[in-house]
Design a protein around this ligand. Structure first.
Ligand SMILES: [Zn+2]
Length: 160
């Protein structure tokens, strides 16, 4: 649960700044965080304010990353939607059953696809999604680095 350690309330406040933190807190309390998908290393949700936006906080290479589809979020700011999503995570939101069921359906659809089709889907997404593109680069570098390590160390990397 390393993600939870990185998104303490004071950290969220610091990342967003007082003004956006307070707005995010209002959103969270007003129940605008919906369709939560949550895993050990990340959380994504639809936050419905004046318009619905998709906010996501996750860990990549041990670092905290975030993204939101709102105008501030796409500029890389830690917006009120991200605050609301972070607070939902902190409140122990394990994810919506419906959103999790939908994700399982997506997984089932992906399962029979061949490797080339999957690669195309991922590359196409990365083309238009800068944070995802960076995440892929990080993951690719991590895999490269771990393949350079001696076999003994590699084993422990895989275990984690
Ligand atoms: Zn936002």
């Amino acid at each position: 649960m390393r993600l939870d350690k990185l998104i303490s309330e004071s950290r969220l406040r610091k990342l967003a700044g007082e003004r956006y933190f307070e707005r995010g807190l209002k959103y969270f309390r007003g129940g605008t965080v919906a369709r939560v998908r949550s895993s050990e290393d990340g959380i994504a949700a639809r936050v419905i304010g004046t318009e619905p936006y998709v906010a996501r906080i996750w860990l990549a290479g041990g670092a905290l990353r975030w993204g939101c589809s709102c105008p501030l979020g796409v500029e890389g700011a830690f917006c009120k939607h991200l605050v609301a999503t972070g607070l939902a995570r902190r409140s122990g939101h394990a994810g919506d059953r419906k959103a999790i069921a939908e994700m399982k359906r997506v997984e089932a659809l992906l399962d029979p696809l061949d490797r080339q089709r999957l690669t195309e889907l991922i590359a196409d997404r990365a083309m238009w999604d800068e944070p995802f593109y960076e995440e892929l680069l990080l993951a690719a570098r991590a895999i490269q680095d771990s393949s350079k390590q001696p076999a003994k160390q590699r084993k422990s990397t895989i275990k984690k």
